[in-house]
Design a protein around this ligand. Structure first.
Ligand SMILES: NC(=O)N[C@H]1NC(=O)NC1=O
Ligand SMILES: [Zn+2]
Ligand SMILES: [Zn+2]
Length: 448
C-alpha cells in the first residue's frame, strides 16, 4: 500500500524566499511533507525523479480572458487552461469580459463557473465586473466568491461591457469597500486616448507608431492618479492591471508610501516586446496600453527587480487570426496579446538568464504574491499543508517556440520564434499531473 500519491525526488525547490534541494511528498492533492537534506523513503504510487530540475509553485495567472461562454471561438476554458498548464500555471483568474454574457451578476457568474467546472484542467477563479449598470449586483457577486472587481476606465472594445464614468467609479468603490473587496482597473484616460486617436485618424496617420502615440504613458498616469484619488476618498482597495511603464508604477509607489492600499501588475509583453515588434509583427503584438520603446522596457525590469511591482500576469486576450491581421491601419484589429503559455518562459529567459533576476523573485511575482494578495491561503507556496500545485522546470533546456507548440484555440502568439531558456517538463494541479513532456494528460477532462 502506497503511503503517498506522488513523491518528487531530489529536485531543487524554489520558493519566494529560498532555494533548497529536497523531496516533496503529495497525498490527497496536498503537499504532505517537504524534506530537505534527507530523502523521503516511503512508498508512493508515482515517483518523479527531479534530479537536475527545479520545482516552483505553479503560476497563478491573475489576468486572463478565456471568453467562455459566448466568445469561445476566440478562446475557451479548455484550450486556455491547457495553454496555462503547458506553461507551468496551475490557477487563473478569468476576467469578466470578453465572455457573453459578461460576469456582471450572479446568474452570469454561475454560467461561467459551470463551464469552468466542466472544462478547465487548472484551478479557476473569477473576477466580477464593475460597469455603470450593475452596482446593485456587486455584493451578491462578492458573496459568491469573485476574487474582486474589474472596471475599464476607457472603452473595453466589447459592446456588453461598458467602461465606467467617474460617478460609477466613486459609487462602485464605495460599495466594494463596504464589504472589503477590491477593484482592479484598466487605467487609460478616455479623453486623452479618444482625442489623440481622432486627431491621428483625421490626418490619415495610422501606423504602429501613430497608434502607440495615441495611447501615451501620460494617459495611463492621468487615469491612475484619478483612481488613486477615488481610492483615498472611498477607502476602496485598488489593483492597477497592466502598467506598461515604470513612470506609471512610480505614481503607484508614491501612493503606497502615503498609505493607500494599492497594488500593481505588469505583463510579460511589456517586459519582452517593444514598438518595433508591433511594427514587425503587426496585430499579433497589438494591445492596450500599447507596447513601449526599449528604454521603457529596461526601466520596467528595474521596477520588477526593485519590488515596485506586485504581480506579473499574462493578460492573455486572444482573438482569431482574421481579427489580428493589420495591413496598414493600426487603429483596426483586436488589441490583446496571446501569451498565457509563455509567462514563465519570458520571466526565465528575459528576467533570470538575461538580467539576473533571482528565481525566488519570479516565484514571488507569479505565485506567492498573487496567492497572498487575493486570499488564496492554500496556494503559492511549497510547504506541508499547501495545495500540490507545482511546475517542474528544466533550466538547462532551451527551445524555440513554434505555433504548433501552443495549446490555445488559435495557435499564434507574438512570442512564436523566440528562443526560450528553461522548459516546463511537468505541471501538477491539486496533486494530479496535467502536463508532462509536451503533452496534456489530464484525466477525465473534455478531450484530454
Ligand atoms: N477586452 C480586452 O480583453 N482587452 C484587453 N486587451 C488589451 O490589449 N488590453 C485589454 O485590456
Ligand atoms: Zn485591460
Ligand atoms: Zn485584460
Amino acid at each position: 500500500m502506497a503511503n503517498y500519491d506522488v513523491i518528487i525526488k531530489n529536485g531543487t525547490i524554489v520558493t519566494a524566499d529560498s532555494i533548497v534541494q529536497g523531496d516533496i511528498a503529495i497525498k490527497d492533492g496536498k503537499i504532505q511533507e517537504v524534506s530537505v537534506g534527507k530523502s523521503i523513503d516511503v512508498a508512493a504510487e508515482k515517483e518523479i525523479n527531479a534530479e537536475g530540475l527545479h520545482i516552483l509553485p505553479g503560476l497563478i495567472d491573475t489576468h486572463v480572458h478565456f471568453n467562455e461562454p459566448g466568445r469561445t471561438e476566440w478562446e475557451g476554458l479548455e484550450t486556455g487552461s491547457r495553454g496555462l498548464a503547458a506553461g507551468g500555471a496551475t490557477s487563473f483568474f478569468d476576467m469578466p469580459l470578453n465572455s457573453t454574457p459578461p460576469t456582471i451578476n450572479k446568474a452570469n457568474l454561475d454560467l461561467k463557473k459551470a463551464c469552468a467546472e466542466e472544462k478547465s484542467i487548472v484551478n479557476p477563479y473569477f473576477w466580477g465586473g464593475l460597469v455603470p449598470e450593475n452596482i446593485a449586483d456587486l455584493k451578491e457577486l462578492h458573496e459568491n466568491g469573485v476574487i474582486g472587481f474589474k472596471a475599464f476606465m476607457s472603452p473595453s472594445g466589447i459592446a456588453d461591457f461598458n467602461h465606467v464614468d467617474d460617478e460609477t467609479i466613486f459609487k462602485g468603490m464605495k460599495e466594494i469597500a463596504s464589504f472589503g473587496s477590491l477593484l482592479a482597473v484598466h487605467a487609460e484616460s478616455t479623453v486623452i486616448c479618444d482625442q489623440l486617436a481622432k486627431e491621428k485618424q483625421s490626418q490619415g496617420k495610422t501606423s504602429a507608431r501613430d497608434f502607440v502615440e495615441s495611447r501615451p504613458i501620460i494617459s495611463e498616469i492621468e487615469a491612475v492618479r484619478r483612481i488613486i484619488s477615488y481610492a483615498e476618498a472611498t477607502g476602496c482597495k485598488l489593483h492597477v492591471v497592466h502598467a506598461s511603464s515604470r513612470k506609471v508604477v512610480e505614481v503607484i509607489t508614491e501612493a503606497k508610501q502615503r498609505g493607500v492600499d494599492i497594488t500593481v501588475e505588469t505583463c510579460p509583453h511589456y517586459l519582452a516586446l517593444t514598438v518595433k515588434d508591433l511594427e514587425e509583427k503587426g496585430g499579433l503584438a497589438k494591445c492596450c496600453p500599447p507596447l513601449r520603446d526599449e528604454d521603457e522596457v529596461e526601466d520596467l525590469w528595474a521596477a520588477v527587480a526593485n519590488g515596485e511591482i506586485n504581480v506579473i500576469a499574462s493578460d492573455h486576450s486572444p482573438a482569431p487570426a482574421s481579427m489580428k491581421t493589420i495591413t496598414d491601419n493600426y487603429f483596426e484589429g483586436w488589441g490583446g496579446i496571446s501569451g498565457a503559455q509563455s509567462t514563465l518562459n519570458i520571466m526565465l529567459t528575459e528576467g533570470h538568464f538575461k538580467r539576473n533576476l533571482p528565481l525566488e523573485k519570479i516565484v514571488e511575482l507569479t505565485a506567492t504574491n498573487p496567492a497572498k494578495l487575493f486570499g488564496l491561503t492554500n496556494k503559492g507556496m511549497i510547504a506541508a499543508g499547501y495545495d500540490a500545485d507545482l511546475a517542474i522546470v528544466n533550466l538547462n533546456e532551451s527551445f524555440e517556440l513554434k505555433n504548433e507548440d501552443l495549446f490555445y484555440r488559435h495557435q499564434h502568439s507574438p512570442y512564436v520564434g523566440m528562443t526560450f531558456e528553461g522548459k516546463v517538463t511537468t505541471t501538477i494541479v491539486n496533486g494530479e499531473i496535467v502536463f508532462e513532456n509536451g503533452k496534456i494528460i489530464a484525466e477525465g477532462k473534455v478531450n484530454a
